[in-house]
Design a protein around this ligand. Structure first.
Ligand code: DQQ
Length: 511
């Protein structure tokens, strides 16, 4: 199916590819291309603000990534949000495309185009999303470059009658034998978040069924959480093995003011009811608004928005904000837990390789200079017999004043992510170390798979959890990689480091 392109859509797309007048006082693409905090192999917008991944989908040999983009400014507001678009054949190398869904001159979509999904409806790519207010749909052809909004938008105008909600947005859509199903994220005012289940024969007419889950499951599964918090954003729901997984991004009290966690709940889905059996986190750090899709091999791929952790002024000066995580493969592990691992496609980026084998880790172990870098992948395996606290020091300055630490504290069975010394620039570092419970099974050694990419650190631990963080070392020579240990005897079994190749010549600042 092909859609005629309107004059307005053409203008919107063209202006998206040229910095707007408003953005001209901000850094140029050439400046951003030399910005050492801007990643080399993570997907990110050409410039300005980016947040949630929207409607990632694999269709006819191409991966499409839509995303919340504020094309006019590095922070929002002032920038309104539209659907940016990029395509890839391998989930690693991306090409920016014109805006898919831009701001409308009037109506609810004049305020912004918010999050949602893309499904293929009888061969027709169809976006289902929150358009400023209410749930909207738009259709496209196989290239997904030009989208046509449905004339009856919003196809769903308001929450179920009588429900007092603190939010109602970010539809996730899937197909079952008897039709389309959709979750909309919401929150019972002053109580807890929820994900409301709807059904439709045609993606246009929706019938509300019931909440698939709500914050009360948090209270039941995690005694330390007393309420499900304010609102569940960006829900997602999908099968993994013979189980189902629900994801929500929880924004907390006071209403809608701070992002908290992105838990997943794993359980059994039967007769439109979801019986939760376990919970976990899709990201222990600064990932948010996780969205999933099936890839060419039928694997479930999860993407998250990795937020900035520097001041608003520094963000504006940089001219860009927000990064998309690496593609993460979700699976059901034999032990019943959800597995989270980086997609093997990323190996294509591996360049020069260096390795270390078997050593007792000293308090401050220097490694070969070949392992240094700010665009590297590390796989470090430690002996199961290791005791005390041990781990990796990343982006270290030669004198150790700047460094980021990832470690395991064996006595307390905690993973520790410590950015307190990651930058001498006080507003870009700090925060007490994050400590997250993580128990190794008997005989199980710690395995850290770490991706460092300029200001991004992504850590995968034993294929069971991951964590993303942001760091902004002030010194250009903060490139060292090291090992450290204290309070016990820790042994490294093996460590492999690859220098990673950039995915573009200009840090993805152009098409
Ligand atoms: N961001 C979107 C909302 C969503 C929130 C708008 C989550 O639809 O609830 O950019 O980051």
């Amino acid at each position: 199916m092909s859609c005629p392109i309107s004059r307005r859509a053409l203008l919107a797309s063209a202006s998206a590819l040229v910095p707007s007048a408003r953005a001209q006082s901000l850094p140029s693409a050439a400046q951003m291309a030399t910005d050492r905090h801007r990643p080399q192999y993570h997907f990110l917008a050409r410039a300005n603000w980016m947040n949630d991944p929207n409607g990632p989908v694999y269709h006819k040999g191409t991966y499409h990534m839509f995303f919340q983009w504020g094309p006019d400014h590095p922070v929002t507001p002032p920038s309104k949000r539209v659907w940016g678009h990029a395509t890839s054949t391998d989930m690693v190398h991306w090409k920016h495309q014109p805006i898919a869904l831009g701001i409308e001159p009037t109506g609810p979509e004049s305020k912004g185009v918010w999050s949602g999904s893309v499904v293929i409806d009888n061969g027709v790519p169809t976006a289902v999303y929150t358009g400023g207010a209410g749930q909207h749909i738009a259709t496209s052809d196989d290239a997904m470059l030009v989208w046509k909004r449905h004339s009856a938008n919003p196809v769903l105008r308001s929450p179920p009658p009588g429900m007092q909600l603190s939010g109602w947005r970010d539809p996730a859509v899937w197909k079952e034998a008897d039709g389309w199903y959709m979750l909309i994220g919401g929150g019972y005012k002053e109580k807890f978040g929820t994900a409301l289940l709807y059904r439709s024969p045609d993606l246009r007419n929706w019938e509300y069924l019931h909440p698939l889950a709500s914050g009360t499951i948090e209270e039941r599964l995690r005694p330390d959480v007393t309420r499900g918090e304010d609102m569940w954003e960006c829900p997602d729901f999908f099968p993994v093995g013979d189980k189902h997984v629900l994801i929500a991004s929880i924004i907390g009290f006071p209403p809608n003011t701070y992002y908290t966690r992105v838990p997943y709940w794993l359980g059994t889905y039967k007769n439109r009811k979801f019986e939760v059996e376990r919970r976990g986190e899709t990201d222990l750090g600064w990932g948010y608004a996780s969205r999933t899709h099936l890839d060419a091999k039928g694997r479930r791929i999860c993407w998250s928005w990795i937020r900035e952790r520097r001041s608003r002024d520094a963000t504006i000066a940089a001219g860009w904000a927000g990064v998309t995580s690496l593609p993460r493969v979700l699976s059901l592990r034999p032990d019943g837990e959800l597995g989270i691992e980086p997609a093997s496609e990323l190996r294509v980026l591996r360049g020069a390789h260096s390795k270390a084998r078997r050593m007792v880790i000293r308090p401050d172990t220097k490694l070969s200079k070949d392992m240094n870098g700010d665009a590297i992948e590390i796989i470090a395996e430690f002996d199961a017999s290791s005791t005390g606290q041990y781990g990796l020091a990343l982006r270290c300055s030669p004198d150790g004043q700047e460094q980021y630490r990832v470690s395991y504290d064996e006595p307390s069975k905690m993973l520790v992510f410590d950015r307190s010394k990651s930058s001498l620039e006080k507003s870009a570092a700090g925060g007490s170390p994050q400590r997250r419970p993580f128990a190794l099974a008997k005989g199980e050694g710690l395995r850290l798979q770490v991706f460092v990419d300029a200001s991004v650190v992504e850590v995968f631990v034993n294929g069971r959890v991951c964590m993303s963080d942001r760091i902004y070392p002030s010194r250009e020579d903060s490139l060292g990689t090291g090992l450290f240990a204290s309070g016990g005897t820790a042994k490294l079994r093996s460590m492999d480091v690859w220098q990673m190749k950039p995915v573009s010549s200009d840090r993805l600042t152009s098409a």
